[in-house]
Design a protein around this ligand. Structure first.
Ligand SMILES: C[S@@+](CC[C@H](N)C(=O)[O-])C[C@H]1O[C@@H](n2cnc3c(N)ncnc32)[C@H](O)[C@@H]1O
Length: 220
């Protein structure tokens, strides 16, 4: 099937697959398939491995990622999703904060091939420790799977520019093992609204990512 553009800038599709254009042709990051067409190379973006791809598969409406965007990415892990964001924001910057030294090593190796990816070994709960290196981001993306994920997100909103877009990937079981996921999602939305932050989209990410929801906000 031919590769086609989608309504989301920098994201392509091939049949049921989402794709991003590979910034580092020939290199795979997590075993994803490569698709070559007319001298261009694309990487398959697996919604079962990436919550941002799952957000799109679930009909996500908000897509602020541009060629030159600056993104603050919290909880980058080994860089599965961050690598696709780095493909999309090819001429921008993806600052990726990760607390685990083991995952950080993978991120560091990834950044050696991807000049727009800037890894930081740090704690997203302490934005003051890396804030000075970031300035004001266009997009804040958080996927830390921590009990205090709402509070961490609110603190990092200081590093998002006015009018910027924030994505909070909520892991319901991290917040409260006994509450139902919809209850946790509602509680997160209320916490953000109470803090004066407008929630502009929400998607339950099942069946791609069980017990996860994507909350999207715009900073006033
Ligand atoms: C679900 S995994 C991230 C997967 C990744 N976002 C992706 O889609 O490719 C959550 C990550 O958050 C990291 N993490 C947890 N607490 C953190 C914190 N306070 N600061 C930074 N990273 C944190 C974990 O070490 C883990 O790598």
């Amino acid at each position: 099937m031919p590769v086609r553009s989608t309504e989301w800038e920098g994201v392509y599709a091939d049949g049921p697959w989402l794709l991003t254009r590979n910034l580092v042709p020939g290199a795979v990051v997590y075993g994803e398939g490569l698709v070559r067409e007319k001298g261009r190379e694309f990487r398959r973006w697996d919604a079962n491995r990436s919550k941002l791809a799952a957000y799109l598969k679930r009909g996500g409406r908000v897509w602020p990622f541009r060629f030159r965007s600056s993104v603050l990415y919290l909880g980058a892990g080994s860089g599965t999703t961050a690598s696709h964001v780095s493909d999309v924001c090819a001429d921008g910057t993806v600052t990726a904060v990760e607390i685990s030294p083991r995952s950080f090593r993978d991120l560091l190796a990834l950044s050696e091939k991807r000049p727009n990816l800037v890894p930081i070994l740090g704690d997203a709960a302490k934005p003051e420790s890396y804030g000075g290196r970031i300035g004001s981001a266009d997009i804040l993306y958080q996927d830390v799977a921590q009990r205090d994920q709402d509070g961490i997100f609110l603190r990092n909103l200081d590093l998002l520019r006015s009018g910027g877009i924030g994505f909070l990937m909520v892991k319901a079981r991290s917040a409260d093992v006994s509450a139902s996921p919809p209850t946790v999602f509602e509680s997160t939305k209320r916490t953000l609204s109470d803090a004066g932050i407008e929630v502009i989209d929400f998607r339950n990410l099942k069946p791609f990512q069980a017990d996860h929801g994507a909350v999207v906000v715009q900073k006033p």
